[in-house]
Design a protein around this ligand. Structure first.
Ligand SMILES: *[C@@H]1O[C@H](CO)[C@@H](O)[C@H](O)[C@H]1NC(C)=O
Ligand SMILES: *[C@@H]1O[C@H](CO)[C@@H](O)[C@H](O)[C@H]1NC(C)=O
Ligand SMILES: *[C@@H]1O[C@H](CO)[C@@H](O)[C@H](O)[C@H]1NC(C)=O
Ligand SMILES: *[C@@H]1O[C@H](CO)[C@@H](O)[C@H](O)[C@H]1NC(C)=O
Ligand SMILES: *[C@@H]1O[C@H](CO)[C@@H](O)[C@H](O)[C@H]1NC(C)=O
Ligand SMILES: *[C@@H]1O[C@H](CO)[C@@H](O)[C@H](O)[C@H]1NC(C)=O
Ligand SMILES: *[C@@H]1O[C@H](CO)[C@@H](O)[C@H](O)[C@H]1NC(C)=O
Ligand SMILES: *[C@@H]1O[C@H](CO)[C@@H](O)[C@H](O)[C@H]1NC(C)=O
Length: 402
């Protein structure tokens, strides 16, 4: 009887106590009993109760962020005491030389920047941060910054584990990965821009992009760094805008894809802890739709390429379909786009996609009042005969969060 009253009370509480205060938001880094072959419901808290409000969802995002760091990304150290930028501009180019770390142990890295012609807008130029180089077109009026992410956390092969500037600072045994090292670097770049008003960057209009492995990294940066307004992963494939469970399904269906068991052998993008889960990914209490969900309510558009089966095309479409329910639940479906086509080389951005990309730049970086990003969610459906069946993977109704 007591148990029944307790469960009725718990039900009443979960139904009528609509919001969770920040103090109550517990964020463990693992859920040892979790096991679900379907995509985990992003609208359920770790304890199985329902997310009902937008405020609830910010707690849910903290839970998912902690889990993703715990299982695969590695931990993200906070801003260190020393962040000292030196900015030198010459004409349309500049160097932002960032010295950061601790009084007795510092690193320096020096991203290069390119500025548009003409007079800066009153609030400064919007900025696109590109991992390692630019492989998308950029409209006029946006500054760019090239981030040498591989120097921050190397990514050649297994020998890159714990190698790079980030690990010089935190130790080669830091419970991190090249992905979290890169995100940490992006955060220090934004800290430095905050400390450098003369750089003339509009801090509310920062985007991040990268292609392939760097696309995986760009999505992580958008997920974990809330100062990024627009996230643009390009052909990020497995470990990016695809879901581990769906990539496994593709592999089990006879497609030659890069899935979790392969990716941890190939490189050091993920933490060593992830090795423990790749053979039973149903125990992951999240998937990469949850990673994309961390970007909301900010904007996300990802581009995929069906010409390369290893990019896991069904997984990209299915995973972003699941992530889209989060943007719908928040009442902002236009903040999330997905464009999947073929007929182009890997990381070669086809001109036919310029309009979709530029719509996102116009709306979220350039503040064009007439820009529209409605219904930019397309695929050619070329999944090598493997069938996407939403109800096989998504077992939730999309709520309308209050
Ligand atoms: C998860 O469940 C599947 C079957 O649904 C089972 O095969 C697997 O062993 C379970 N994994 C764990 C860690 O319990
Ligand atoms: C500035 O750039 C110009 C050409 O772009 C170059 O000739 C000049 O040496 C540069 N000045 C400095 C101080 O680097
Ligand atoms: C950046 O600053 C550090 C520390 O002053 C210096 O050692 C390094 O040479 C500088 N790098 C560049 C590219 O200017
Ligand atoms: C780092 O980890 C390796 C392997 O686990 C171990 O042999 C080494 O002693 C550790 N180094 C430090 C500085 O903790
Ligand atoms: C496409 O599917 C067929 C049949 O399952 C398989 O033999 C082939 O390897 C797949 N192709 C790729 C590129 O995955
Ligand atoms: C690829 O391009 C060719 C020639 O432009 C066209 O005929 C074909 O339909 C395209 N294929 C796809 C999958 O878009
Ligand atoms: C949007 O407005 C700008 C001026 O603010 C104009 O230059 C542009 O052509 C308009 N675009 C569309 C699609 O109407
Ligand atoms: C789609 O998946 C659901 C749930 O697993 C299943 O009931 C249904 O039969 C599937 N539909 C098709 C066309 O395979």
């Amino acid at each position: 009887m007591a148990g029944r009253i307790a469960s009725l009370l718990a039900f009443a509480l979960s139904t009528f106590v609509a919001t969770v205060s920040a103090a109550e938001c517990s964020t463990p880094t693992s859920l040892p009993k979790f096991n679900n072959t379907k995509l985990p419901n992003p609208f359920l808290f770790n304890d199985g109760t329902h997310v009902r409000t937008k405020e609830d969802f910010t707690c849910r995002q903290k839970q998912m962020a902690a889990l993703i760091q715990g299982y695969e990304a590695g931990s993200l150290p906070p801003r260190p005491p020393v962040v000292e930028p030196a900015f030198t501009r010459n004409g349309s180019t500049a160097v932002l030389n960032i010295t950061t770390g601790f009084e007795d142990n510092k690193i320096s890295f020096a991203p290069t920047m390119t500025f548009p012609e003409g007079t800066a807008p009153e609030r400064g130029w919007p900025l696109l941060i590109a991992y390692s180089g630019l492989s998308i077109p950029v409209p006029d009026g946006i500054a760019t910054l090239i981030f040498d992410n591989s120097a921050m956390g190397e990514q050649n092969d297994q020998s890159s584990r714990g190698v790079g500037l980030f690990f010089d600072l935190f130790g080669s045994n830091a419970t991190a990965s090249s992905m979290s090292a890169w995100v940490w670097g992006v955060s220090r770049i934004i800290d430095s821009l905050e400390l450098t008003p003369k750089a003339g960057i509009n801090l509310d209009k920062i985007a991040v992009t990268g292609c392939s492995r760097d696309g995986k990294g760009a999505l992580m940066a958008g997920a974990f760094e809330p100062r990024i307004a627009l996230t643009i992963p390009q052909e990020s494939g497995s470990g990016g805008d695809t879901c581990w469970r769906l990539s496994k399904f593709e592999q089990d269906s006879g497609d030659v894809v890069q899935q979790a068991t392969e990716i941890v052998m190939e490189n050091v993008w993920f933490s060593v802890n992830f090795d423990n889960f790749v053979n039973d990914i149903s125990v992951l209490p999240y998937d990469h739709h949850s990673l994309a969900a961390l970007v909301a309510p900010r904007a996300l558009i990802s581009f995929e390429n069906t010409d390369f089966e290893w990019l896991s095309p069904l997984s990209g479409f299915g995973c972003m379909t699941a992530a889209h329910t989060v943007f719908e639940a928040l009442g902002i479906p236009d903040n999330h786009g997905f464009v999947q086509a073929g007929n182009h080389s890997h990381c070669d951005f086809p001109e036919s996609q310029n309009a979709d990309l530029f719509a996102f730049f116009d709306k979220f970086l350039l503040d064009e009042k007439n820009a529209t990003t409605a219904n930019i969610f397309t695929t050619n459906g070329l999944f090598n005969g493997t069938v996407w069946n939403a109800s096989q993977w998504i077992d939730w109704e999309t709520p309308r969060l209050l």
